[in-house]
Design a protein around this ligand. Structure first.
Ligand code: HEM
Length: 145
């Protein structure tokens, strides 16, 4: 009986390793890490843009987005692995240029905030959302919302 119990308990010893592996499978890609920063700061920006007194907060969130975009544009999306080799280089170049467009929009938003042009800032914010959506449509398998 004792031996049986020991035998039954043996697989439990492997549990920490299994859990570790599962964790590894769900680890974020370097690009996902930057995207999560983008998302977090886009949310902050959306809220602070509503309040003229919070321009400093908007600028801080925007700067964090710019840094995340700079880091993202030199990374490679996971989807690239599924693209036929002959098309892969163009796919990655297109991805990088789309993020350069996103960075341009963020720089334009910075100018609008410095100038205190709130209408322009809101219009550019909408363009950033649109770029996010089209970027995800093209470069991820994310379901359309
Ligand atoms: C402000 C705009 C954007 C925001 C807030 C944003 C946010 C996000 C979020 C939250 C994820 C999921 C991360 C996760 O599941 O851990 C993601 C993934 C991703 N996004 Fe964005 N994104 C933006 C713009 C873009 C653009 C313009 C592109 C393409 C040029 C892009 C390409 C991707 C890709 C490829 C992934 C999957 C990650 C991978 O392949 O490793 N994103 N994004």
């Amino acid at each position: 009986m004792k031996t049986l119990l020991i035998l039954l308990a043996l697989p439990l010893l492997a549990l920490p390793f299994v859990q570790e592996q599962e964790h590894a499978e769900h680890e974020e890609t370097p690009l996902e890490e930057q995207m999560l920063l983008l998302e977090e700061n886009l949310g902050k920006l959306r809220r602070s843009l509503r309040d003229e007194a919070k321009t400093d907060e908007s600028l801080a969130a925007l700067l964090a987005m710019q840094a995340a975009t700079m880091r993202s544009k030199v990374l490679v999306p996971e989807m690239a692995a599924e693209i036929p080799e002959a098309e892969r280089e163009a796919f990655v170049a297109d991805f990088r240029k789309t993020l350069i467009d996103l960075l341009r929009e963020q720089l334009a938003l910075e100018v609008a905030l410095i100038d205190g042009d709130r209408e322009e800032a809101k219009a550019i914010f909408k363009r950033i959302r649109a770029t996010e959506e089209s970027g995800h449509e093209k470069f991820t398998h994310e379901e359309e919302e």
